[in-house]
Design a protein around this ligand. Sequence first.
Ligand SMILES: NC(=O)CC[C@H](N)C(=O)O
Length: 307
Amino acid sequence: MLSSEELKRFVNEAKKVAKDGEVATYIPELGKANPNDLAIAIYYPDGSFVSAGEVHKKFTLQSISKVISLALVLMDRGYDYVFERVGMEPTGDPFNSIAKLETMVPAKPLNPMINAGALVVTSMIKGDTVEERFQRLLNFIKELSDDDTVEFNESVAQSEFETAHLNRALCYFLKQHSIITEDIEQLMDLYTKQCAIEMNCLDLAKIGLVFAMDGVNPLTGKQIIPREIARICKTFMVTCGMYNASGEFAIKVGIPAKSGVAGGIMGAVPGKYGIGIFGPALDDKGNSIAGIKLLHLLSKNYKLSIF
Ligand SMILES: NC(=O)CC[C@H](N)C(=O)O
């Protein structure tokens, strides 16, 4: 097991690159983050953990929530229903790009990790009202993180809801092609709350551990996500988890991981451990710049690549 001194050394080393990144500002509330923060937690299957940096700071999941909503929707609707509406291929485009949609026949988004695909996935969450659907997702996240105090950040959700013109454009395009059928304002309400679910990197590492352990919470032995669905989610994390930087990340780091624009990264080292990182300064692809550096250092020093 890594000692916290070693981990602290890696954090200090990785932090040096934070100055080359910038916090996201297209969701105005996210612009308030401190670009110099960098925190990491690693959870082991026996329930022990090691951490370094500002581990108690909370951040919103943003795109990390896309893996979790995908797992829920696959459990809700099954493989065929979901993959009739969203594809399985990486795009090579930025996460919010609209470009490929018009070239696809039928116009289904290429994968569930880009915004277009994630919006379709969120529209498939079962329940009668937005409130009920959101609570189902939140309860699932509470179970995965083994923390029933997890909530969403209302200011961040509101800030995104007011400014998400591009996501609305993606939704309307998909509604025109009957991939999305529900009311778009209602879907944006649910999606922005989903993205604003907030936690610290200790909780995020616990979720990463469930994926690493094929859907099982190793402490209780409970299968929270069916093994096959956990496998599909981890595969998407490898092929599309870091947006259009996924190929380079697979070569340099080789850990199934998912990032979000608030600066979080969830990692799942199969059979070994769950990783939660928070570093809000982003690179030009929208990934935590110091977080990626940190994963690179860990992977290289401890041979964590799955390849
Ligand atoms: N890359 C991200 O984390 C994107 C999530 C964000 N809520 C959006 O839709 O733009």
